[in-house]
Design a protein around this ligand. Structure first.
Ligand SMILES: O=P(O)(O)O[C@@H]1C[C@H](O)[C@@H](CO)O1
Length: 304
C-alpha cells in the first residue's frame, strides 16, 4: 500500500523503500537531476530513451496539484549523460510539509545523483531585470526558514548529513561559472543575470509593501519554491545549480496597474523554455568538466 497522506515520510527507511522501488523499475542510473519549475516541464522534451514514472505510482511520493506541474519523473539521457527530470515539484502552499516537498531530493541522492539543477519561475525585484530574463541563482534568502518552516527542523539523521550544515556555498561556484560561460557561447548573455532568490510561502503574490521589503533585504527575485530543495540537497552533499526564469516584474510602485497571475507565469515560462533547454542541454553535456567534490557531510552515498 502506498501512503499518500501528508504524514512525515522522510525517515531513512522510507527513503530507502522508495529508492529501491525506483531502482527495481528503471535501468537508468542518473547522475544529474533536474527539477522543473512552473510551466517548465518542456525541459524534459530533449531526453532520449525516455522512461516516465508517474508520481501517483511511486510509494511515499506526493502528487502534483498545481497547473503547470505534470507529476512525473522522466528518466533518460541527454547527450549520453544519464539524468532524471522532475516534471512537477511540490510546494509548501499545497499543504505539504517541507519534508514531503524535499523528499525527492533525498531519493535522487540515494539513487546516485551527484548534481541537481533546480529551476523555477519567479518575479523580478531587481529593477534592471526584464520579463524573460534568466537568473543564475548565486544565493538565497530562506524567509519561511526564519519563521521555523525549515526542511531540516526535527531530529537529524547523520546518514543524510550533519546537524548544522553550512549554506554560504549552497550554489556551486564552479557550476555557476560553467553555465555563465555556456550562455556567453550561446549568445544569451544579454538576458542572463546572476542574483539572489528569496522564497516566500505563497500562495498569494506579494503586496507592494512586502515587495519593497524583500527588495531592501537584497532579493533580486521572489518565488515560492527552490530554497527547501536546495537546502536539503546541500545537506546531503549534492552539487547545486539554480536557474530562475523571471516571468513578471514585481511592482514596487503603487501607481503601476499591472497585476500578476499564474496564467501569465505559465505563458512566459513556456515561451522561454526553449532557451533554458538549450542552456541545460549544453550544461549537462559538459557538467563532468567540473570536478565532483564530495562537499558533503553525508555518510551514506549509494548505500542502497
Ligand atoms: O514551482 P515554481 O517556483 O516555478 O512556481 C512558481 C511559484 C508558484 O508556484 C507559481 C506562481 O505562479 O509559480
Amino acid at each position: 500500500m502506498h501512503t499518500k497522506e501528508n504524514s512525515c515520510c522522510c525517515s531513512f527507511e522510507d527513503c530507502k523503500l522508495t529508492t529501491e522501488w525506483l531502482l527495481s523499475r528503471t535501468r537508468h542510473r542518473p547522475k544529474i537531476a533536474v527539477v522543473c519549475g512552473s510551466g517548465l516541464g518542456l525541459l524534459a522534451d530533449s531526453v532520449s530513451n525516455k522512461q516516465i514514472i508517474h508520481y501517483e505510482d511511486i510509494p511515499n511520493f506526493p502528487v502534483s496539484t498545481v497547473p503547470g506541474h505534470e507529476g512525473c519523473l522522466v528518466f533518460g539521457q541527454i547527450k549520453g549523460e544519464s539524468c532524471v527530470f522532475m516534471q512537477g515539484r511540490f510546494h509548501l502552499y499545497e499543504g505539504y510539509s517541507l519534508c514531503k516537498v524535499t523528499f525527492p531530493v533525498r531519493i535522487f541522492k540515494l539513487m546516485g545523483v551527484e548534481t541537481i539543477i533546480v529551476t523555477n519561475a519567479s518575479g523580478g525585484l531587481c529593477q534592471d531585470f526584464k520579463v524573460g530574463d534568466i537568473m543564475v541563482i548565486k544565493d538565497h534568502i530562506n524567509l519561511p526558514g526564519f519563521a521555523g518552516q525549515h526542511p531540516l527542523c526535527g531530529p537529524n539523521d547523520e546518514r543524510f548529513g550533519i546537524r548544522f550544515p553550512c549554506m554560504s556555498d549552497a550554489y556551486s561556484k564552479d557550476l555557476r561559472k560553467l553555465v555563465l560561460d555556456i550562455t556567453a557561447e550561446l549568445g544569451y548573455s544579454n538576458f542572463v543575470r546572476e542574483g539572489v532568490y528569496c522564497m516566500v510561502s505563497g500562495p498569494n503574490f506579494e503586496t507592494i509593501a512586502e515587495a519593497r521589503m524583500l527588495h531592501i533585504l537584497g532579493s533580486d527575485s521572489v518565488g515560492m519554491s527552490t530554497v527547501p530543495e536546495v537546502t536539503v540537497a546541500k545537506h546531503c552533499g549534492l552539487r547545486v545549480l539554480g536557474l530562475s526564469l523571471i516571468t513578471n516584474k514585481v511592482s514596487l510602485d503603487y501607481s503601476r496597474e499591472e497585476k500578476v497571475n499564474h496564467e501569465e507565469v505559465l505563458h512566459i515560462s513556456k515561451m522561454r523554455a526553449e532557451m533554458l533547454q538549450n542552456m541545460l542541454m549544453t550544461f549537462i553535456a559538459r557538467s563532468h568538466q567540473v570536478e565532483t567534490i564530495n562537499n558533503n557531510n553525508c555518510i551514506f552515498s549509494n548505500t542502497v
